[in-house]
Design a protein around this ligand. Structure first.
Ligand code: GTP
Ligand code: MN
Length: 615
């Protein structure tokens, strides 16, 4: 089984030896110590626990196991690190979760894609029209080569016939979505199209985007469907190259199209990637974050992609990702811009990129006719809503102040030579900003919007049940969350209890939510028993940092402690839920028959009863 290979690698890899290749380590008690290879420091705060296979830096906070170490140090994907570690030990690497069958299915898909890429590339050589097209679009032959571009010939039978000649079963190509089975039998899926292979992190072609050569063809791009080796929500075009550059330049550039990525790379801007015609997802952000937590969007301002990015802006904040937006002149995309004005001009657009929140506010303002008195309030409301989406109370305060300053300046323009009226308007608008931020932000003393990592944008609250009631962080709660997770990860019976009594909604510490989500996931029976899920959490490379930190904490655990923490978390959840319901109620969101009325009554009664007993 695949997980066993992971475990065996962890067990048998000598972490001290592995890390010593990068940085000298010295024994210090039970563990080893050295200068952190992930940040510059003069006194060693990097610890390696060789016995237990964990490392952690108390300076910069990185931590994990042999997998995480290689992934972060070498910029590898989990499977690449696995392959490398397995080789060192003379083991065969099997991709996690693969059965023998699935493995061969995937292997066959990889082979088919590689074969098809060769085919398309060869065909480009005999296709002067396609070559001219690429030339007209300013792509140098080396660029075409580097991105493996190709051409799918016309005629509906080109690939099919070639496969026949190669004695390859068409079913193989059908499984890879390269051949279609229709009423009239089999035919090529990509016909008379320029072919953009889409590579995975390891640089293997896993799908294709096919662009029509005619300007008015529909669809302009035809993309492979989802396949076991290709997931649109996770794949970023160009990342197999950009992953080297992103950590060096300190940020990634997100653009919309294949052509944008290619043109930028050709111009020497090698940290650009594109999602595949879909909005940036939480998973994309998770992948990008491995390389940098700074992201610059360079999208068409009117595009669906940009709208999705601004609508889900809290997604980035939740992931700890800092997003800025670079504006292009009307009518340009990164491709046309860089071809016209060159790399330096593009770089200066990047340096001028504004923080996402500023971008949202500026865009909003441009959309309102603020000379119209009745529209002003609408603007203020909408602006406050945007600001209130931020989970950081510092950010909210800073932007509320900024908004007030902006309004003050505008007011002077609206009422030239009428200081009294200007003053009245100023007060009214500022009051409105504060009122809105208070009621929407609703931050109970020192709290803030919870970012439990899963609530994607608050959006306009609708009635109807919320799947993820947020839980405002209150002091001490983080400690309880840690305690229960440490318990669940260390003993099976505690894992059972925790998963019986808690849901993800009980967790508010953004560092821990990922662990809780996996441990408490209720994805059918497939997820297995709680102890099994706890093992899965420990084997999850994405969570290795937090998990190692939790496991290295040696404070004692016991049943009484767990009871106390479970009770505390339940109470905290009820309080925050009650608060949330009150907020919705006060905002007039409850319908007459709303079931939340009953829930609110019940919660209030329970919590009051409890307080009385406590008193
Ligand atoms: P060019 O017009 O060749 O410059 O393409 P582009 O790279 O600028 O792409 P564009 O900005 O028009 O679209 C962005 C991305 O959306 C493309 O790279 C595709 O991934 C996707 N896309 C665009 N048009 C279509 C379409 O008609 N169908 C599908 N499935 N995806 C599309
Ligand atoms: Mn374009």
């Amino acid at each position: 089984m695949a997980v066993d290979v992971v475990q065996e690698i962890k067990l048998r890899t000598d972490l001290v030896e592995l890390i010593s290749v990068y940085v000298p380590l010295r024994r210090s008690g039970r563990t080893h110590k050295g200068l952190c290879p992930f940040h510059a420091e003069k006194t060693p705060s990097f610890h390696v626990d060789g016995e237990r296979g964990f490392f952690r830096c108390y300076g910069c906070g990185v931590g994990g196991d042999c997998f995480t170490f290689l992934q972060q140090k070498e910029g590898l994907a989990f499977n690449e690190a696995g392959e490398m570690l397995a080789r060192r030990l003379g083991l065969e690497w099997v991709r996690r979760g693969d059965t023998a069958e699935k493995r061969s299915e995937r292997e066959r898909l990889y082979d088919m894609m590689a074969l098809a890429q060769r085919f398309f590339r060869e065909r480009l050589k005999d296709a002067p029209v396609a070559q001219k097209y690429l030339e007209r679009r300013g792509l140098a032959p080396e660029t075409v080569e580097a991105f493996g571009l190709g051409y799918a010939p016309p005629g509906y039978q080109a690939l099919l016939g070639w496969l026949k000649g190669q004695k390859i079963a068409p079913e193989e190509a059908e499984a890879a979505d390269l051949i279609l089975r229709g009423e009239h039998g089999l035919r090529d899926r990509f016909v008379d199209r320029l072919m953009f292979p889409i590579f995975d992190l390891e640089g293997r072609p896993v799908a294709f985007g096919g662009r029509a050569l005619q300007a008015d063809a529909i669809p302009k791009y035809l993309n492979s469907r989802e396949l076991p080796i290709f997931h649109k929500g996770r794949t970023l075009y160009g990342l197999h190259v950009a992953k080297q550059e992103i950590p060096k330049s300190g940020f990634a550039v997100a653009v919309e199209g294949y052509m944008d990525v290619i043109a930028l790379h050709q111009a020497g801007i090698v940290n650009a990637v594109a999602s595949l015609g879909t909005a940036i997802t939480e998973q994309h952000v998770g992948v990008l974050r491995r390389y940098s937590d700074e992201l610059v969007f360079c999208y068409d301002g009117d595009s669906a992609g940009m709208r999705a990015a601004t609508k889900n802006s809290s997604l980035f904040e939740a992931a700890g990702c800092n997003v800025r937006v670079a504006r292009l002149p009307e009518g340009d995309d990164p491709d046309t811009f860089v071809q016209k004005h060159g790399a330096d001009a593009f770089r200066s657009l990047l340096t001028q990129a504004e923080p996402l929140l500023d971008y949202q506010l500026n865009t909003l303002r441009a959309g309102y006719d603020l000379t119209d008195e009745t529209k002003r309030l609408g603007f203020v409301r909408e602006a406050a809503r945007i600001v209130a989406q931020s989970s950081s109370s510092l950010t909210r305060q800073a932007y509320a102040a900024k908004l007030e300053r902006t309004l003050e300046m505008m007011v002077d323009e609206w009422y030239p030579g009428q200081p009294d009226q200007a003053q009245r308007a100023r007060l009214a608008l500022n009051q409105e900003v504060r009122r809105l931020l208070r009621s929407d932000g609703g931050a109970p003393a020192g709290g803030g919007h919870p970012t439990n990592g899963r609530v994607m944008g608050r959006g306009p609250t609708t009635s109807g049940p919320r799947v993820q009631p947020p839980a405002p962080v209150r002091s001490g709660q983080g400690a309880e969350e840690r305690y229960v997770l440490r318990a669940a990860l260390s003993e099976d019976r505690w894992a059972d209890r925790v998963s019986e009594q808690l849901t993800v909604a009980h967790f508010s510490d953004s560092n821990l939510v990922g662990v809780a989500a996996k441990l408490l996931s209720e994805e059918g029976d497939a997820a297995g028993s709680a102890p099994q899920r706890a093992d899965a959490v420990k084997a999850d490379p994405e969570l290795a940092g937090v998990v190692s930190e939790l496991l290295m904490d040696e404070a004692p655990l016991n049943d009484e402690g767990l009871d106390r923490c479970l009770e505390g978390l339940e109470r905290a959840w009820k309080r925050s839920r009650k608060l949330e319901l009150w907020r919705a109620y006060n905002a007039g969101e409850f319908l007459p028959e709303d079931p939340r009325r009953e829930e609110l009554r019940r919660l209030s009664a329970e919590l009051e009863g409890r307080q009385r007993r406590e008193a």
